[in-house]
Design a protein around this ligand. Structure first.
Ligand SMILES: [Zn+2]
Ligand SMILES: [Zn+2]
Length: 386
């Protein structure tokens, strides 16, 4: 096993100190242990440490003091050469969906302005089937922003027209072609995954809808075998005939798709609540997580959407509220942002906002005030006591 020692300069490091890390490569041969001191900047980590980085153990005492731990983004490192795959802080990475108005790189500038650690973007207009590829010059601008700002994770969300649960129709064909194009765009932007709503069965029934989603994903993955961009299935509120409001829907898709390595899960707090999961208590929050853990594995959860819910528990109506201003409330979010199983996971707001983004600033401030609050229970100790 080859072991590299590296010092990573992380701009947003919680304890504002460099980390010394041990990186173990699973592709190296046993019996050839070596320790190589590396002093690398954020920008060069990608070139030097990919694509075999699978496990990262923080060894620095200072890092330990601030609670930094290991095993960050093993799946992303496997499937993506994205520089967004590396993160070193011990807390959930908070951010928001950012507008790409004026160009995708502008979304990163906006995110930086309001101290986002994670950012979600649309890779093209979210109400159009198809778009034009980003010109190389603009891709360079995006890559430069991505590298210089050290975001923990920048990922995408597919457009709202795609419905892989639809029966054979022009809309189904378009959905498949549109998703293929968005995967290409995401790849060009070095995004590790695209969040996607599973789809609506439109009266065909849940079982048929899920079958169609699986067939659609198989087709899309076969056509984009060149890419490592994953599709993170998002849980839904279950409005109308939308699938994905039960964890079993997501798990079944995972279990039956031909390339499960191309999938992930993104959990939306407002959708969980509207779908009937009472996440206001540690025990309630644990239910959907355990459902995923026992059927497809907790490592499949790659991101969160942090939204409060304007609608009541089990309403099956999707309306996002500002953090602490909806029916989930602050105690619910305190459980989510301090869940030790999801340290380092990106979590983005999708709450209403105006151009100056003051609502995002306020919501991020609220969430950060809940993170590692003195006296806050870790999810595991909370689980033991509940
Ligand atoms: Zn969504
Ligand atoms: Zn929603």
């Amino acid at each position: 096993m080859i072991v590299f020692y590296a010092v990573f300069e992380t701009r947003a490091q919680a304890c504002s100190q460099s980390l010394t890390a041990t990186v173990s490569s699973p592709t190296s041969r046993s019996g050839s242990n070596r320790q190589i001191p590396l002093h690398v900047s954020w920008g060069s980590t990608r070139r030097l440490l990919l694509p075999w980085l699978l496990r990262l153990v923080v060894e620095d005492t200072a890092a330990r003091q601030c609670g930094a731990t290991a095993a960050v983004w093993p799946k992303f490192a496997e499937f993506s050469d994205s520089p967004t795959a590396f993160i070193f802080q011990p807390e959930m990475k908070l951010g928001a969906h950012m507008s790409t108005s004026g160009g995708a790189w502008k979304a990163l500038q906006r995110g930086r302005q309001i101290n986002c650690e994670a950012i979600q973007i649309f890779v093209k207009s979210n109400f159009r089937w198809f778009g034009s590829p980003t010109p190389p010059q603009k891709l360079k601008l995006f890559a430069a922003e991505l590298q210089s700002n050290g975001f923990a994770c920048v990922f995408g969300h597919t457009n709202y027209l795609i419905n892989l649960a639809a029966a054979s129709s022009e809309n189904r064909d378009r959905s498949i072609q549109s998703l293929i194009q968005e995967i290409q765009f995401a790849r060009e932007l070095h995004l590790p995954f695209l969040v996607m709503h599973p789809g609506a069965h439109l009266g065909q029934g849940e079982a048929t809808g899920i079958k169609q989603i699986i067939a659609g994903l198989d087709q899309v993955f076969a056509s984009t075998a060149f890419s490592r961009v994953r599709i993170a299935l998002e849980n839904t509120a279950g409005q109308g005939t939308c699938l994905g409001h039960q964890m079993s829907h997501l798990c079944e898709i995972f279990q039956k798709v031909k390339s499960p390595g191309r999938l992930g899960v993104c959990l939306d707090t407002a959708h969980l609540f509207a779908a009937g999961y009472d996440i206001r208590t540690p025990k309630g929050w644990d239910i959907p997580i355990r459902e995923i853990e026992t059927s497809i594995g907790i490592r499949q959860i790659v991101a969160f959407h942090l939204n409060d819910s304007k609608t009541e528990l089990g309403s099956r109506v999707d309306r996002h509220a500002h953090i602490g201003k909806g029916h989930i409330g602050l105690p619910g979010f305190q459980i989510v942002v301090n869940d030790s199983r999801f340290k380092n996971h990106p979590a983005c707001l999708e709450t209403p906002k105006s151009e100056d983004m003051h609502e995002d600033i306020e919501n991020l401030k609220t969430l950060r005030s809940l993170q590692n609050k003195p006296g806050a229970r870790s999810s595991s100790s909370a689980r033991r006591r509940s």
